[in-house]
Design a protein around this ligand. Structure first.
Ligand code: GLA
Length: 489
């Protein structure tokens, strides 16, 4: 009995004490702000609720939220695991030090890093009174991008490390600055570039003086994916600023708009910027980037898009490149002059694939009539990279004016055949060897209704030969052929 009593007292004491010990110490909105050399402030927000040693809440990034799935609190210290709906996971060890929260963060594909967060009364990522998107209607074609846009984009290699010091003629027309060029808005709400881009108008003039066109990037949300200023609530104003700078191309990336709108509102939200761009009377290629959600290919052109991303991000691996390629054939019919499926930018020359794989990347993107936006360091291209990106005969297939996207026509084990009809009646054919070893094969011309003796051009060897059923081709592991069959005369 005595023992029981003692337990009870101890329990009561603990129950009374625990609100003091745990006292919601961690509950609240915590914001870490890290100033970047370009003048931008990287923010990370934790919204925490503590009850005893239970910790719930979320981590907020500019592009979305990660809900806390698991957490443990031990005095002033805690560990939590937070995940997005699609499984992206962050682990965070934290400690309360006075009025600050010190955090050690681990996440995929990044070095572990530390942050210090302080309490905030408001959540800087929260938007109240979200502006309703416009009523949806079909926009007529806007004119540009009769063939898939070609150019260079800063993101795949440089990500945020892009400035105007590396401008070189990459041989492709559009020179597109991706995320992280944005600075602050002034008192009138006008967007300014940050200190990496001291004068956007001058940069655009320079790009134009080299015979190139100039592209920029923004988001329909308040923040871009990297947390920079988006166009939410400033669409018409930003469109006018871009036009005044001389922008010819806008990539518009969903990112934080996902906090404000459901996927079903995407079409209307994209239409809003399309109309703002058109109101400037400057022809601006409009690139939708919402990772292929909500069957964008069905409504992309009606929302004013000249191209739309069909998938999540590419990365510099053969596996990811082929995963993306595998989803393109089924949606081929949606592409055409002025409006293209965009399987994301090229990784050619970035070092993660072997030359044969990069050739396959180029061949497939050309057969798919994909926009060709190089994403490599054009200042130091190897001969291999140059020969792939600047293969005029492959580019000619990509840019073919008939504008019919090719598709996978046949598959036999590891060998795949992709075909694309061309404007002059020729047919382009890509034969991919997905096996991890080199292989020899004979092309079944008759099955493809190609008569024996038809003139065939090898777009890599740059020579012609007659189609013959008994001819053998050797294709290296993960490599491919690209051939062009002459139309019957
Ligand atoms: C998203 C896009 C990428 C790139 C980054 C920039 O991930 O899909 O292509 O623009 O944002 O933050």
């Amino acid at each position: 009995m005595v023992v029981r009593m003692r337990h009870l007292l101890a329990f009561l004491a603990l129950s009374l004490l625990s609100p003091l010990l745990f006292a919601g110490d961690l509950s609240g909105i915590w914001v870490s702000s890290v100033s970047q050399p370009d003048g931008h402030t990287d923010r990370e927000v934790l919204v925490l609720q503590q009850r005893g040693n239970q910790l719930t809440g979320k981590i907020e990034r500019p592009w979305g939220s990660l809900n806390i799935h698991q957490a443990s609190v031990d005095g002033d210290r805690f560990t939590l695991i937070a995940k997005t709906d699609d499984g992206y996971t962050i682990t965070c060890d934290g400690a309360l030090e006075g009025d600050k929260l010190r955090l050690a963060v681990r996440e995929p594909n990044a070095k572990p890093y530390e942050l210090v967060a302080v309490r905030s009364k408001t959540d800087p990522f929260l938007v109240s009174n979200v502006v309703a998107p416009p009523a949806v209607h079909d926009l007529p074609p806007n004119g540009p991008a009769r063939t898939p846009p070609m150019g260079w984009n800063s993101w795949n290699l440089f990500a945020g490390r892009i400035d105007d010091s590396g401008m070189r003629d990459a041989g492709y027309i559009y020179l597109n600055i991706d995320d992280t060029w944005q600075g602050d808005r002034d008192g009138n709400g006008v967007i300014h570039s940050n200190n990496k881009f001291p004068d956007m108008k001058a940069l655009a003039d320079y790009v134009h003086s080299k015979g190139l066109k100039f592209g920029l990037y923004s988001s329909p949300g308040p923040y871009t994916c990297a947390g920079y200023e988006g166009s939410y609530g400033h669409e018409a104003q930003d469109a006018r600023t871009y036009a005044a700078w001389g922008v010819d191309y806008l990539k518009y990336d969903w990112c934080s708009a996902g906090r404000l709108y459901p996927d079903a509102a995407m079409r209307a939200v994209y239409q809003k910027m399309a109309e703002a761009l058109r109101a400037t009377n400057r022809p601006i290629v409009y690139s939708l980037c919402q990772y292929g959600r909500d069957n964008v290919w069905e409504w992309g052109p009606k929302a004013g898009g000249n191209l739309w991303r069909t998938t999540g991000d590419i990365n510099d691996t053969y596996k990811r490149m082929m995963e993306i390629a595998d989803t393109q054939s089924a949606i081929a019919k949606y592409a055409g002059p002025g409006h293209w499926n965009d399987p994301d930018m090229l990784e050619i020359g970035n070092g993660g694939m072997i030359t044969d794989e990069y050739r396959t990347h180029m061949n497939l993107w050309a057969i798919f009539a994909a926009p060709l936006l190089a994403g490599n360091d054009v200042r130091g291209m190897t001969e291999d990279t140059r020969s792939i990106l600047l293969n005029k005969e492959v580019i000619a297939v990509d840019q073919d004016t008939k504008g019919v996207q090719g598709h996978r026509a046949d598959k036999a084990g590891d060998i795949e055949y992709y075909a694309r009809p061309l404007d002059n009646g020729d047919m382009a054919l890509v034969v991919v060897n997905r096996a991890d070893t080199s292989t020899s094969l004979k092309i079944p011309w008759s099955e493809m209704h190609i008569a024996e003796g038809t003139k065939v051009r090898d777009l890599w060897k740059h020579d012609d030969f007659p189609a013959r059923e008994d001819q053998s081709f050797t294709i290296p592991a993960h490599g491919s052929l690209m051939l062009r069959m002459k139309a019957p005369q």
